[in-house]
Design a protein around this ligand. Structure first.
Ligand code: DI6
Ligand code: FE
Length: 404
C-alpha cells in the first residue's frame, strides 16, 4: 500500500494537541500524510477501524516537536572555553578576546561543506530521536558571503537527507569578523548589500536574524539588516536582550519580527511592542543554564500580556551545547517557571508560529501527520523526567520514521 492511502489507528491514547491536553482518551486516525480523525474513545465507531493499521494503545501523543532556534551547523568544539568559564572568565570577556563565536568562525571557515554536513548530521539525528519534526537552523559562523552560503547549503542538505523539515535562517550579523575589526558599519553593508541578496537569489534563507548586543551589533545596525531583509521579502527575527537591554526587541517588533529570542533583559516597553506586533517570545533556557545567568526573562509579564512563548534548544557550540529538546522542557519549567503545559505549547504550536507557521504544531483534523507517541502516562511527564528513549513512534509527514 502506498503511503498516500495508508490508514493508521491509535486507540486509547492521551492527546496533547499543541495547545492543551484533551480531557478524554482518544482514537486517532491518520491517512497518508494527514490526520484524518480525532475522536473520544467513547464516540469511536468500530466501522472506521476498517482497513486501518493498528498502531497500539496507551501512551501520549503530541505534535512533532518544533525546535525553532538552533545553530546546528558549525566546525570545531568549545570545550576549552567551557572550562575557562567554569574558572570565572565571562562569556563577554571570551568574546572580547577573540574567542567564543569567533573561534567557531575560524573552525567553520576551515571546514568543507562535506565536513560540516558530517558533523551536523548526528546533532540533528539526536533532535529527531527526541521527537523533533521541524527544526530551524541558522548560519552565523561563516561571516563571509561564501561561508554563510556554505552553512545554509549544509542546512538545506540536512533537510533533504533526513526525515525532518528544516527552516534556514541567515544570521550574517552574528559577530564582527576579524577582517572588519574597525569597521562594523562596513560589515553591516556587506550583510545588507551582498549576503542577503545572494542568499535570497539562491533561495537559501527562509528568514534573517541578527545578534543585537553590546558584543555584537547596535539597534541601528540591526535595523539596517531588517530593512534589507524585508526588501528581499524575507521575514526577520532577533537575538535580543540576552546580556543587556538595548531595545532591540522593540525595534524588531516594530518591523514585524516573527520572534525575539533570549530576552532575559526585556522590559515593559519591549513586551508591549511584542504584543502589538504579535511576535513570539522564544525563551532559551539552555543558554541561561550553560552561561549560569541570573537575570530571568520576564515570564510572568509575558504571560500576562498574552505574548506567545516558544521554547527552543539554541543548540550551539558555545552557550548551549545541548541537543535534547525534552531537556529544554524541563529547564523551562525549573529555571523559568513555565508550567509543563506551557513548555509543551512552546515546543509545538508556539514554536511553529515563531517560524511563521501559525496554526501548525497541532493535532487536529487535516493537520500534517507530524506526530510523536511517547511511553509516558501524562504530557507533563515529558517535562518532569529527563530520560532519553521514551519516544515510541514518530511520524514525519505520515511516514513512520521511528519505532521501538
Ligand atoms: N546567542 C546565542 O546564544 C548564540 N548566539 C547568540 O547570539 C551563541 C553562539 C555561540 O556562543 O557560539
Ligand atoms: Fe542563538
Amino acid at each position: 500500500m502506498s503511503n498516500a492511502e495508508r490508514r493508521r489507528l491509535w486507540r486509547d491514547i492521551c492527546v496533547f494537541d499543541g495547545l492543551c491536553t484533551l480531557p478524554e482518551p482518544m482514537a486517532v486516525i491518520t491517512e497518508g500524510d494527514r490526520v484524518a480523525s480525532l475522536v473520544a474513545m467513547r464516540d469511536f465507531d468500530e466501522a472506521s477501524a476498517q482497513g486501518c493499521q493498528e498502531m497500539g494503545r496507551g501512551g501520549v501523543m503530541t505534535p512533532g516537536l518544533v525546535d525553532c532556534h538552533t545553530h546546528l551547523v558549525f566546525g570545531g568544539s568549545r570545550a576549552d572555553e567551557f572550562e575557562a568559564r567554569l574558572e570565572g572568565v565571562s562569556y563577554e570577556e571570551i568574546a572580547r578576546r577573540g574567542g567564543g563565536i569567533l573561534s567557531t568562525v575560524t573552525a567553520t571557515r576551515e571546514a568543507s561543506e562535506e565536513a560540516l554536513f558530517a558533523a551536523a548530521r548526528p546533532r540533528l539525528e539526536a533532535l529527531i530521536a527526541d521527537g523533533v519534526t521541524t527544526v530551524e537552523i541558522k548560519s552565523g559562523y561563516g561571516l563571509t558571503v561564501e561561508d554563510e552560503l556554505k552553512m545554509l547549503r549544509v542546512a538545506r542538505r540536512l533537510g533533504e537527507a533526513l526525515p525532518v523539515r528544516v527552516v534556514t535562517t541567515l544570521l550574517g550579523a552574528h559577530a564582527l569578523p576579524p577582517e572588519y575589526r574597525d569597521d562594523s558599519d562596513g560589515y553591516i553593508r556587506l550583510v545588507c548589500e551582498e549576503m542577503i541578496p545572494a542568499a535570497a537569489a539562491e533561495g537559501l534563507a527562509d528568514a534573517v536574524d541578527v545578534f543585537c548586543e553590546k558584543i555584537a551589533f547596535s539597534v541601528a545596525q540591526c535595523q539596517r539588516v531588517f530593512e534589507a531583509a524585508m526588501a528581499h521579502g524575507l521575514p526577520i527575527k532577533a537575538h535580543a536582550e540576552q546580556l543587556s537591554n538595548l531595545g532591540g526587541t522593540a525595534m524588531a517588533a516594530r518591523h514585524g519580527a516573527l520572534s525575539a529570542d533570549h530576552i532575559e533583559y526585556l522590559d515593559e516597553a519591549g513586551i508591549a511592542a511584542m504584543r502589538e506586533a504579535g511576535s513570539v517570545a522564544v525563551i532559551l533556557p539552555g543558554a541561561f543554564h550553560i552561561l549560569r545567568e541570573t537575570q530571568l526573562p520576564p515570564i510572568a509579564a509575558l504571560r500576562e500580556a498574552g505574548v506567545p512563548m516558544a521554547v527552543a534548544t539554541d543548540a550551539n557550540p558555545g552557550s548551549s551545547p545541548l541537543f535534547m529538546p525534552t531537556l529544554m522542557l524541563n529547564l523551562a519549567c525549573t529555571l523559568f517557571r513555565l508550567t509543563p503545559q506551557e513548555a509543551l505549547v512552546g515546543m509545538t504550536a508556539h514554536g511553529a508560529t515563531a517560524l511563521g507557521f501559525k496554526g501548525e504544531g497541532r493535532i487536529q483534523e487535516d493537520a500534517t501527520a507530524d506526530l510523536c507517541v511517547w511511553d509516558v502516562d501524562t504530557p507533563a511527564a515529558l517535562a518532569y523526567a529527563v530520560q532519553p528513549g521514551r519516544l515510541r513512534q514518530r511520524l514525519f509527514q505520515g511516514e513512520l520514521t521511528h519505532v521501538v
